[in-house]
Design a protein around this ligand. Structure first.
Ligand code: HEC
Length: 138
């Protein structure tokens, strides 16, 4: 075998293994990509911000949130929860500022767990679910 041919073959082999290696690297990188990312406020974080945007755009109504997260306790007044549509059990709470009520829901209060157990709820969604409950009192 003459030299140029040998180099040609050697070159092809190196090229082939190089491509294979980069394919393998890509596959590994895909597999070890974290499912979630932690983002610092004010810094760019493309994936998460698009998720946050879809939540903020109000994809779920107050009624939907209520039915999926709050209903369990508030429909029957579990653990002393103010009952849906029942002015008496709401008492003074019915006249509270919406922002204050949402704050309470966010932080939790006695028998009510934080976020009313809707862990993926945005503040807007929590607010609309509280508003939905308040509207039921009128
Ligand atoms: C595990 C039961 C439970 C779930 C789930 C729950 N709550 Fe509650 N909630 C309670 C209880 C108990 C209270 C009464 C707390 C107290 O006053 O001691 C309460 C109180 C409240 C209040 C009145 C807060 C205040 O400042 O007095 C609001 C508003 C409220 N819940 C909204 C919600 C919303 C909205 C959801 C769903 C996103 C939700 N809750 C889910 C149990 C629950």
């Amino acid at each position: 075998m003459n030299k140029p041919k040998l180099f040609l073959i050697l070159g092809l082999v190196l090229l082939a293994t190089g491509i294979e290696a980069s394919e393998a690297k890509k596959a590994i990188e895909e597999r070890i990509t974290p499912v979630g990312q932690v983002c610092v406020e004010g810094q760019e974080c493309a994936e998460t911000s698009s998720v946050a945007e879809s939540i903020l755009s109000g994809s779920r109504t107050g009624e939907e949130i209520y039915n999926s997260a709050c209903y369990t306790c508030h429909a029957i007044g579990l653990a002393g929860a103010p009952k849906f549509g029942d002015k008496v059990s709401w008492g003074e709470r019915a006249n509270e500022d919406l922002g204050r009520l949402v704050e309470t829901v966010t932080n939790g209060l006695n028998g009510m767990p934080q976020m009313g157990l809707c862990m993926d709820c945005s503040q807007e969604e929590l607010a609309s679910s509280v508003q939905y409950m308040l509207d039921a009192l009128n």
